[in-house]
Write a protein that binds this ligand. Structure first.
Ligand code: ACM
Ligand code: ZN
Length: 716
């Protein structure tokens, strides 16, 4: 019998090793016969390893594997300090009744514990064991980080702790906390209470207040929590740009000193700190004096990205500063500001980290450069002697940053690791909050963590990740195992049936969509037929919980609904989905110019003719138009309306104009509306949209043609 039993045991252990859900995969793994039963296990901390076993004891206890009393210990795990393992390396060696973990530090012992957690498996009767194995492991990169933007959306302390748990499980070791930005200042500063009283809150377009911040006690709690898990918290306080929220709180810190609101839209804002005046410096240094002691990390991130220079160009104080310091332009002023900040941080024992813009105009070589704009910036940083952090932005939808692209991520520059500390997977949170952010993180994070720890991603990673994903979903994280957007919806009008079909593309088959309108409510998965005009609100859900706020599809009733339209010249093909009924389908274009509902014309005055099929009494005609100057879309100067009985002879009806400045960047929708003094009767209605002309001098496309975007000619 024995040989057969042995063969069976061997195949069992081969099975275990093939399926062991180790992520990241260790540097060296040797599978051995048999396993190590997790029953009455004692944890013994050797000399210099005091306290290293805390996490392991917790883990064993949760598996019911610890002994009640010392004399009941059957097996032991011994933790041994071994400086040859390096800061984060470890070995695990198993014998019959002893497991020896050798590590260079508490962090290495923690990593060994994570590995053992992933190895623990129950047998058929529920007894836990580790497969017998020998592992030698150490990370490929020292900086294995992520960044969370808590400004665009606020994330609670409870959420951040949950996130830290997942980072630690994957041996990630840096949590870069993006604490301030235009849309919210998120950390308490006692000397400047308005930073959070004013700067942490914004009033959304619908009037709702949105915001939040962390008290200094909460920050300390998070830092401690991370530290226990082997994670360093690196704070980022943006300077000298991305600071609208701070300027909303203290307008005197800007060049113009005018009162601004905390923004509710995304993008890059012109108002930045006035670096010419000393008041800004005493403010920012006081902020640092309060915040630096909360973060034991030797690094401090100052942002430094995307700083428009126009306020400085028009500020007498900044110009005087440039003259006094012999700075040739505003880029040199930015470099001067970064250097001054670097000197201050150095004096406090901190190393400055900045986004790669800090390279502009010269940077001290002791700074760390976080590269977000590609290889060219990385080469520049390397040539300048700076240590480098690479990035892979996780805010991208899985439809664009696919899992294959994450697998292919290469933190090296030109195949060379010289100067590369490691990488982060930053998550900018404009379109993600606690409800849906898991969809951007998992299982990408597993792939990223393996690339950074192991140096390569093994082909079977999705198999190994599957049990982790299942566990994450059980704990309430929504995950993305296919390369799809979380949710997309579209509506089309059926001119024959005169109804509308709403279709949904869901990122997961187990998602549904809750809908509600004036006419009712319910749920659907793929499509919903709508028979009456109204506003239909759609909320994608997972396990009956909303993943995002609702999106609205507005369907307006009017006389021209379904009427034939002729546009001359025809609209650009790439925007409007339906050139025959797009202007009369009842569907109102949203503030997204590429939603398929807007029709666009470039550099011309489109004429849109509507045939109502028979003469109708008309009290109102309106044309809705979009303005979003950043993408070249400007409201028409005027809209001229005409009517006709036969479509041949036209009678001028009225002209609608507007007073919205081109600086009103948008996206905004304006209705060009006209009412006749007395109702008129006509079969044909025509609108001529007068293009606003060439783009103004300050525009990126200055002197070029602008677009006219229109959706729906509404006749009542
Ligand atoms: C950045 O994405 N502005 C660093
Ligand atoms: Zn200034």
């Amino acid at each position: 019998m024995r040989p057969i039993l042995l063969a069976f045991a061997l195949s069992l252990s081969a099975l275990v090793s093939a399926q062991a859900p180790l992520v990241p995969w260790p540097r060296n793994v040797e599978w051995q016969e048999g396993d190590f039963a997790l029953k009455q296990v004692g944890v013994i901390e050797g000399e210099g390893a005091q306290g290293w076993g805390a996490q392991l004891r917790k883990e064993l206890s949760s598996l019911g594997a610890t002994s009640i009393a010392a004399d009941e210990i059957l097996r032991s795990v011994q933790l041994i300090r071994d400086s040859t393992q390096g800061e984060e390396g470890y070995t695990i060696a198993m014998e019959k009744d002893v497991v020896r973990i050798a590590a260079g530090s508490r962090i290495g012992a923690l990593h060994a514990t994570r590995t053992l957690e992933q190895l623990a498996a129950p047998d058929s009767i529920g007894n836990w064991h580790w497969p017998r194995v020998r592992i030698q492991d150490a990370p490929a990169f020292a900086w294995r980080g992520t960044m969370l933007d808590v400004s665009r959306h606020f994330y609670s302390v409870a959420f951040i702790k949950q996130y830290l748990d997942e980072l630690a499980a994957l041996k990630m070791n840096v949590f870069h906390w993006h604490l301030t930005d235009d849309q919210g200042w998120r950390v308490e500063v006692k000397k400047f209470p308005k930073l959070t009283e004013v700067g942490a809150w914004r009033t959304e377009a619908d009037g709702a207040r949105y915001g939040g911040f962390y008290t200094q006690e909460e920050v300390k709690d998070v830092v401690r929590y991370a530290e226990q898990r082997g994670i360093t918290v690196v704070p980022e306080i943006e300077f000298p740009g991305h600071c609208s929220a701070a300027l909303a709180a203290y307008p005197q810190l800007g060049c113009r000193k005018d009162t601004i609101a905390v923004p509710t839209t995304w993008g890059v804002f012109h108002d930045v700190y006035c670096v010419g005046q000393e008041e800004t410096w005493s403010f920012f240094q006081s902020v640092l004096d309060e915040l630096l002691p909360l973060f034991p990390a030797p690094w401090f991130h100052i942002g430094g990205d995307e700083v428009p220079k126009d306020r400085w160009q028009h500020c007498a104080v900044c110009q005087a500063r440039m003259k006094n310091e012999g700075l040739k332009d505003e880029h040199a002023l930015q470099a001067w500001a970064v250097k001054r900040l670097q000197a201050y941080l150095t004096g406090k024992g901190k190393r400055l980290i900045g986004w790669d813009e800090v390279l502009e105009g010269g940077l001290g070589s002791t700074a760390v450069v976080e590269v977000w704009r590609g290889d060219e910036q990385a080469r520049k940083a390397r040539a300048n002697g700076n240590a480098i952090i690479r990035t892979l932005y996780f805010d991208a939808s899985p439809a664009s940053l696919t899992l294959d692209k994450v697998k292919a991520f290469d933190p090296l520059v030109d195949g060379d690791a010289h100067g590369i500390l490691g990488a982060e997977c930053p998550l900018w949170s404009e379109t993600a909050d606690e409800r849906s952010v898991g969809y951007r993180i998992f299982p990408r994070l597993h792939v990223f963590a393996e690339r950074m720890w192991s140096g390569e991603v093994r082909g079977d990673i999705m198999e190994r990740t599957a049990p982790h994903v299942a566990r994450l979903e059980q704990e309430g994280w929504v995950t993305a195992t296919t390369d799809k957007d979380l949710f997309r919806s579209a509506a089309v009008f059926d001119p024959q049936k005169r109804d509308w079909l709403i279709t949904a593309e869901r990122g997961r088959p187990d998602m549904d969509v809750a809908w509600s309108s004036e006419h009712g409510s319910g749920t659907f998965t793929d499509s919903l037929r709508v028979v009456a005009p109204g506003t239909v609100k759609l909320t994608p859900r997972w396990r009956e919980k909303p993943l995002t706020d609702a999106t609205s599809i507005r369907i307006a009733p009017h006389l021209a609904l379904g009427a034939r339209q002729v546009a001359s010249p025809p609209p650009a093909r790439q925007y409007g989905r339906d050139p025959d009924h797009g202007m009369t389908d009842g569907l109102m274009g949203t503030t997204t110019y590429h939603d398929g509902l807007w029709q666009g014309w470039w550099g011309v005055d489109p004429t849109i003719t509507i045939d109502l099929d028979s003469a109708r009494i008309i009290n109102e005609v309106r044309v809705r138009c979009l303005q979003q100057v950043g993408v070249w879309i400007v409201l028409p100067r005027t809209v001229e309306f005409f009517i006709s009985d036969d479509g041949v002879k036209w009678q001028a009806f009225s002209t609608a104009t507007h007073t919205i400045p081109v600086e009103g960047a948008g996206p905004l929708v304006h209705d060009f509306t006209t009412h006749p003094q007395t109702a008129v009767r006509a079969r044909y209605v025509r609108a001529v949209l007068r293009n606003s002309g060439k783009l103004t001098a300050w525009h990126l496309g200055a002197g070029g043609d602008s677009w006219v975007f229109a959706d729906e000619v509404i006749v009542r």
